[in-house]
Design a protein around this ligand. Structure first.
Ligand SMILES: C[S@@+](CC[C@H](N)C(=O)[O-])C[C@H]1O[C@@H](n2cnc3c(N)ncnc32)[C@H](O)[C@@H]1O
Length: 284
């Protein structure tokens, strides 16, 4: 049964307008956190009723959180309000056979990006050396290692110590020690250790990945490689800026960029979308 249906008896039609039609669940059968975004000025009693309904329907949900801010800062975190449950927020999330321990209040994590991670993972070929910048708790690196067991190595760089700690644990949880090299630090400084070594670089930081394109292009082998570049773009000119930024950086390094794929990943704000362009970078 859906939350809105359950609440139809309890709330007036006016109050029902504040009940969101969807929410995120992070976790698994062993325990989960529900994350809800309410319209502005939603009454507290409606929020509580929604939280209770979610817990009644999804028996694995231990805590219901309401979003209280946009994502902010270098770590891309937001504030939450505990609406119901124990307040416990550390869970193990399962995605395409990968287990990930995560606390969504301390690290960036979005269960909505599972399909996109799989899309990238499926492109990786045997023997490749991959760099995942802005690695978070490791979802891209783990998806790649699970999907392409013959990948040579994946270097995963993350600046948030909490996310790095979870990534290290998640690598062990999935028995992928040795395949994934977790690195705590700033891509700006750490990437240089792998300059000239990578076949593929993943850049999942739509807010500002373009500032690290120099490091991405220099990480590729002299014969070139693939960059998956994420960017926020305006409706009507979805891929123009992203492509311009990648092409310009490639040229600076005596390379050219050929687009392999360009797609909208998800809506971000009114008329703003998260896009990804997959580009093959080759020497001129
Ligand atoms: C949008 S999140 C993506 C996390 C992860 N790839 C995922 O899909 O769940 C971006 C991540 O990049 C990290 N980050 C931001 N700037 C960074 C930098 N200069 N070097 C390394 N990591 C950085 C943040 O802490 C955050 O965890």
């Amino acid at each position: 049964m859906r939350v809105k249906e359950l609440l139809r008896e309890k709330l007036s039609s006016n109050e029902l307008k504040f009940v969101p039609s969807s929410f995120d669940i992070v976790g698994s059968r062993s325990g989960a956190v529900a994350i809800v975004e309410f319209p502005p000025d939603s009454p507290d009693h409606v929020k509580r009723a929604v939280a209770e309904a979610i817990m009644a329907i999804h028996k694995n949900v231990r805590t219901v959180l309401a979003k209280r801010s946009e994502r902010r800062g270098v770590y891309r975190l937001r504030e939450y309000e505990v609406l119901a449950g124990s307040g416990e927020t550390e869970v193990v999330h399962k995605e395409h056979g990968v287990l990930m321990k995560v606390d969504p209040t301390k690290v960036y994590f979005s269960p909505r990006e599972a399909t996109e991670r799989m899309r990238i993972a499926r492109q990786v070929k045997p023997g490749e050396f991959v760099m995942v910048m802005f690695a978070g708790v490791g979802p891209y690196a783990l998806a790649i290692a699970k999907t392409q067991p013959l990948v040579r190595r994946i270097v995963a760089i993350e600046i948030n110590p909490e996310a790095y700690r979870y990534m290290v644990e998640n690598i062990e949880l999935n028995k992928l020690q040795g395949k994934i090299v977790p690195v705590l630090g700033d891509v700006r400084h750490e990437a240089a250790r792998w300059y000239g070594m990578c076949d593929r670089v993943v850049m999942p930081l739509p807010r500002g990945a373009y500032k690290f394109l120099n490091e991405a292009v220099r990480s590729l082998r002299p014969r070139g490689g693939v960059i998956h570049f994420y960017h926020w773009s305006r409706e009507g000119e979805l891929f123009v800026e992203a492509l311009y930024l990648v092409e310009r950086e490639a040229l600076v390094h005596g390379m050219y960029a050929r687009v392999l794929d360009a797609r909208v990943v998800s809506p971000y704000a009114p008329r703003i979308y998260k896009v990804c362009i997959d580009t093959l970078i080759k020497p001129l």
